[in-house]
Ligand binder design. Structure first.
Ligand code: FE2
Length: 338
């Protein structure tokens, strides 16, 4: 066991994964597990479209983009004093520091977000990065305030990767201005080519609920330089596009003030998150938005984007088994390896 652990942190293992295991699995992932999504992308590609180019990295920060600024301007109007006060009060009375408000938005605001998430620019960015046609898995409209139960970073406010899939793409878009105090999203800008096949070795020992596989700042700083880290700090409309399964990140730790963030997540049928929010689709509507019913969507690409699920994956618990498989192969990132 100790021998195996030693191997998994060695340079040899890293090379073995990088040049042997990962290329073979990448092929299987695209052409077998996600074959239908690959075919869908091939027919989608017949038109020329623009996209944000991640250029083989698993993160990109976008500032001052007109299309993003437009939607943010619209959504910022939702964040009136009343709206935020009400949400703040609710969090305080429930001892929460984070509230997800998408479900409560007006229909036309939901529609704006869904239309943006299904615009060619956004779909194409996700498709180009993932190499297959994506599924729009989650939309969140987060409001964050300081932790009522202590001043320290908690749960996803600590460094982690979302170990729920092989490849995905998240758009984090700030709807209010973000500074260093009101909960910026931080991410590792140093590329991690092993992605889901790697994990930082020294996670927080004896983790409490929500701290499993999280990395303390001290440990993280022993491995990476400050110059390897970037954040969403900036005026509203700053956007971080990140593969949260492959890229270490943390966010939402508010010291003072508050922030509102839109998160749009794209996944594939083998991702374990796809069955998380099943109640949102119970009547074949998309995200509590009952104007978009599966029967109303004729476009085959949008149908795939909104509603594609695999009962085979669910029945045989394939996503969970794949996660186990990545775990077995995990290269253990440690202080000597970066
Ligand atoms: Fe996360």
């Amino acid at each position: 066991m100790i021998f195996f652990r030693k191997i998994k942190r060695s340079f040899f293992w890293k090379i073995f994964l990088l040049f042997f295991v990962k290329p073979i699995y990448d092929f299987i992932w695209v052409y077998i597990i996600n074959f239908q999504a690959k075919l869908t992308l091939i027919s989608w590609n017949s038109k020329k479209k623009n996209y944000f180019n991640l250029d083989n990295n698993n993160q990109l920060i976008v500032r001052n983009d007109k299309i993003i600024l437009n939607i943010v301007q619209e959504l910022n109007k939702i964040c009136t004093k009343d709206f935020l006060d009400k949400s703040r009060e609710e969090m305080k009375s429930n001892e929460q520091h984070n509230l997800e408000l998408f479900e409560r938005l007006e229909y036309n605001d939901k529609e704006k977000i869904i239309n943006f998430a299904s615009s060619e620019l956004i779909i194409n960015t996700a498709a180009k990065y993932m190499g297959i046609f994506p599924v729009l898995s989650r939309i969140y409209f987060y409001h964050n305030i300081p932790n009522p139960n202590g001043e320290n970073e908690m749960q996803s406010q600590k460094w982690h990767k979302d170990g729920m899939g092989y490849k995905g793409l998240d758009f984090f878009i700030s709807i209010t201005d973000v500074n260093l105090d009101n909960g910026p999203f931080f991410f590792l800008k140093k590329n991690n080519p092993l992605g889901a096949f790697s994990k930082i070795e020294n996670a927080i020992p004896n983790p409490i609920l929500g701290e499993r596989n999280k990395i303390s700042n001290e440990e993280f700083e022993k491995i990476y330089d400050k110059s390897d880290i970037d954040s969403i700090v900036g005026p509203k409309g700053t956007c971080v596009i990140v593969d949260s399964y492959n890229c270490y990140h943390k966010g939402g730790y508010v010291k003072s003030g508050d922030r509102v963030m839109l998160r749009i997540a794209f996944d594939t049928i083998d991702s374990a998150v796809l069955n998380f929010d099943e109640d949102k689709y119970k009547s074949n509507n998309i995200f509590y938005y009952n104007k978009k019913h599966i029967n109303d969507v004729d476009d085959k690409f949008l149908k795939f984007l909104y509603f594609k699920r695999s009962s085979f994956m669910k029945l045989f618990k394939i996503p969970q088994k794949l996660l186990k498989f990545y775990q077995i192969f995990h290269y253990k990132i440690n202080r000597n390896s970066e």
